[in-house]
Design a protein around this ligand. Structure first.
Ligand code: ZN
Length: 246
């Protein structure tokens, strides 16, 4: 490999490494991903139960308050019993009293149900929090470790940005524009290594693009290898190169 092609391949590598470093800095590094996912999931579970307990408490308060209002109405109706004059008024009042008594009973049951739900949620929370403590501790340690590593990754990212700038400056503007167009269209992957399949492939030509498997003529491989020509894959348009291992 020589000339612009070598620079293009280095540029692709540097951009890939920078992307990886930036994704770590924006989130968590690979070694922490599993722990991070588990920690987030357990915490979300606890928060859901906390919300359920809070909702149960709200329902209970509301039912108790409504029940007190109903008790007041019942007392009011009961005071009226001695004052009614007609049988019809009396029947109507008894009807009211029965209705409000049924209402109170339903509200008391609702409050009791909510209390039970609250107690269950609290018991579950106690268990979940105890189980979470160990995970939380491990997570805090991992976070501290990651905080310690971060400056180095930041330094790497800074170095890579400088390297990318230098590599870009080594290339003619047209090549940079071309590279960027493919880089964007191919989701951050502007180059593809040529691969040699076992057994020579069809028509005795073993070479193909590693990204899209498109077959590549032997002459093309030779031009790339010996002259470092910038040649696109006919299949995916990526810039082809022969890796040192091939
Ligand atoms: Zn291809």
């Amino acid at each position: 490999m020589s000339g612009h092609l070598e620079t293009v391949v280095k540029l692709q590598d540097a951009l890939g490494a920078l992307r990886q470093a930036e994704s770590q800095l924006a989130g968590v590094p690979g070694w922490m991903e599993e722990l991070h996912a588990e920690h987030s999931a357990r915490r979300a579970e606890i928060e859901a139960v906390e919300a359920d307990a809070e909702e149960a408490r709200r329902v209970r308060r509301q039912a108790e308050s409504a029940s007190r209002d109903a008790e007041d109405r019942l007392a009011h109706f009961q005071q009226q019993v001695s004052r009614v004059r007609t049988q019809r008024e009396y029947s109507a009042l008894l009807q009211e009293i029965d209705t409000v008594k049924a209402e109170i009973k339903a509200l008391e049951e609702e409050a009791l149900g909510a209390l039970e739900r609250y107690d269950n949620a609290q018991a579950a929370l106690e268990e979940q929090r105890a189980a979470f403590a160990d995970l939380d501790q491990r997570y805090a340690e991992a976070q501290a470790k990651w905080e310690g590593e971060k400056p180095e990754v930041e330094q790497q990212a800074t170095a890579l940005r400088g390297q990318i700038e230098d590599l870009r400056n080594l290339l003619p503007r047209g090549v940079v524009a071309l590279f960027e167009r493919i880089y964007e269209r191919r989701d951050g992957d502007a180059t593809a290594a040529l691969m040699q399949s076992e057994g020579g492939g069809a028509a005795g030509n073993p070479w193909h693009c590693s990204a899209c498997n498109y077959r590549v003529r032997l002459q093309v491989v030779t031009d790339i290898r010996l002259q470092g020509k910038l040649i696109h894959c006919d299949g995916c348009k990526r810039i082809l190169y022969v890796s040192d291992e091939a």
